[in-house]
Design a protein around this ligand. Structure first.
Ligand code: WT7
Length: 567
């Protein structure tokens, strides 16, 4: 029996109060995600149950019970308070998938502060714009990433503390650095948990748009209501499951479904903090008897490339349910997974902004490979006409994906940028920024994004951010960045540049520029190819026509070029 039971019945009788009741929450009560994911589970008699199985480089392993999670998050919360961190202060987590990341998120939330997780592969410039925008007061990091923080420290007047979780005393601590060792700290048995309410700010996740700097998506503690119920009904977590969410908590999947969903249900998670390889993933799943696996299309396509034989070497018989998110999951990947794992990956669609799943396939439903499935119960999802913003009622006609606002996990605004937030609504609908069709059975079929944002392996990259960073390279005069097709990642970053006088186009220069972006922004944002042009295509008003370059990369019709400079 699945948790969701009958989808149609759930839709008919739906109310978010189902989740509120199961979580013993009533309107106006204190609601703190940190408490819900640890103390409450202990109070329910599961203090000794394994909460996290962690594996790092070289096969190093650690295990934590729910009581350990409760104590360690208390200890981190207490330590932050002792540094003068108060409720509503932003605390960034900038580290690999260490246990301290998972426990730290809860510790920050327990004192009512705002957790700002950032992907540890970010370079100093990516880090800087996000810390500056958030006015971050403290950053929790590790030795190997602290240098990037030092580099930008003098431009961050609000940053008071750099907390190093793996300090070994080999080098003296630098400005604003302070060492904190979870293992050496005395566990804090009782912490005064800050009485956050439903609308108290919980998380800031940064996401990239087409223009401007990345936006801080503001989430609140009430998001747990959505995260709990979608985890229960779509991921179908059961008491004895061993659940593996492969996403990094630097991104929203890694918090909503890597931490909050499973832990609010008292389910064991596992974490693998090493790079990707098919063998290491299968081995990890075999060893830990992973039964529920939530991953992403790029990883699935990479596994597909590694071949069926690689799967057969391992005993993955514990696996009973698989789901995917982040980018289009092609029909071939769904069919392949059904063949080799005995069950297909179920696609789910949502965004940093939505905080929880919106369109989903769920256990028991008829799967149409290549479709994102149907709206989660309680979610009103439509396709809007791009001209009138009225819902399209006839099937299979492309339009804009839109949702009726008001589900618990929806973002509350963009941090310090309510203006942009307001532009996401038309006729009372929230516009997701994607295009899709709906078929006669109510299944959504993804078409593409409605903007220039590049989705590489499930990570959104702003062409604007890469173009700006390229201009900081001494050789680059002008730049234009678009997606180019890629077999595994679907899209990768490609840059077109014109060079400053005195610079010669060459392969060496291409590598230098690529490396420059990798360090400044991240390996994800690094162009996989740089093409030198004498001149970039521009409109008469001087705007670079990315559309043209994009069409060229994808072999598409170029369309209307009547505003082109040279016409
Ligand atoms: C964008 C959101 C929250 C998950 C991690 C990504 C694309 C997401 C799917 C899917 C096709 C998808 C959309 C969306 N996307 N899921 N199942 N099929 N595209 O969160 O970084 O905010 O990205 O990812 O374009 O708008 P994100």
């Amino acid at each position: 029996m699945t948790n969701i039971g009958s989808y149609d019945e759930r839709v008919k009788n739906f109310s978010w109060s189902i989740a509120e009741k199961e979580l013993d929450y009533k309107d106006g009560d204190i609601l703190n995600i940190g408490w819900y994911c640890s103390d409450r589970i202990c109070n329910m008699g599961k203090a000794g149950k394994t909460a996290m199985i962690w594996e790092g480089l070289g096969g190093k392993e650690k295990q934590y019970t729910f009581n350990d999670v409760r104590l360690h998050s208390n200890t981190i919360g207490h330590f932050l308070r002792s540094l003068g961190i108060n409720n509503s202060d932003r605390v960034c987590l900038f580290m690999d998938k260490l246990p301290e990341l998972y426990l730290g998120v809860l510790g920050i939330l327990k004192i009512g502060a705002v957790a700002q997780p950032l992907f540890s592969a970010f370079g100093d410039e990516s880090l800087f714009v996000r810390l500056e925008n958030a006015g971050t007061k403290a950053i929790i990091t590790q030795k190997k990433h602290a240098g990037k923080v030092q580099k930008i420290l003098d431009r961050l007047p609000n940053l008071e503390h750099i907390i190093i979780v793996d300090y070994d005393g080999k080098k003296p601590l630098r400005e604003k650095e302070i060492a904190f060792s979870l293992e050496d700290s005395k566990p804090v048995e009782k912490l005064d948990i800050y009485p956050t309410k439903a609308e108290s700010h919980s998380l800031l996740h940064y996401t990239s748009g087409t223009t401007g700097q990345p936006k801080g998506v503001k989430h609140v503690h009430y998001s747990l209501i959505s995260q709990y119920l979608t985890t229960k009904w779509v991921l179908d977590l059961q008491e004895d499951d061993i659940y593996w969410c492969t996403a990094d908590p630097g991104w929203v999947t890694g918090t909503s479904y890597g931490i909050f969903g499973p832990w609010s249900l008292g389910v064991t998670i596992c974490v693998l903090d090493t790079g990707f390889s098919a063998d290491s993933w299968y081995q990890f799943m075999e060893k830990n008897k992973v039964s529920m696996w939530y991953s992403a299309p790029t990883a699935i396509r990479s596994l597909m490339k590694a071949g069926d034989e690689a799967v057969k070497k391992y005993d993955l018989s514990a696996l009973r349910h698989l789901a995917s998110v982040g980018e289009p999951l092609n029909a071939e990947a769904v069919i392949w997974s059904g063949k080799v794992f005995g069950k297909p990956f179920l696609d789910t669609y949502w965004q940093t902004e939505t905080g929880s799943m919106m369109l989903t396939n769920f256990p028991g439903m008829k799967i149409k490979p290549g479709s994102m499935g149907k709206a989660f119960p309680g979610i009103t999802a439509v396709i809007l006409d791009p001209e009138t913003f009225e819902p399209i009622t006839s099937p299979n006609k492309p339009g804009l994906i839109a949702f009726q606002p008001g589900w618990p996990a929806m973002m509350r605004t963009y941090w310090n940028n309510d203006e942009t937030y307001q532009t996401k609504f038309k006729n009372g609908w929230y516009l997701a920024g994607d295009r899709s069709t709906i078929d006669q059975d109510g299944y959504f079929w993804f078409i593409g994004r409605d903007d220039d944002v590049i989705n590489t392996g499930g990570h959104l990259i702003s062409p604007f951010e890469v173009e700006s960073a390229l201009l900081e390279h001494e050789a680059v005069a002008e730049s234009a960045v678009v997606a180019k097709p890629d077999e595994v990642n679907m899209e990768v970053v490609k840059a077109f540049v014109t060079l400053n006088p005195g610079f010669q186009a060459s392969d060496v220069l291409e590598l230098k520029i690529m490396n420059f972006i990798r360090k400044k922004l991240s390996p994800l944002a690094m162009p996989q190819e740089i093409e030198y042009l004498d001149k970039l295509p521009k409109t008469r008003s001087g705007k670079i026509m990315r559309r043209l370059l994009h069409a060229q990369e994808w072999g598409e019709e170029i369309g209307d070029t009547s505003t082109l400079e040279d016409d």
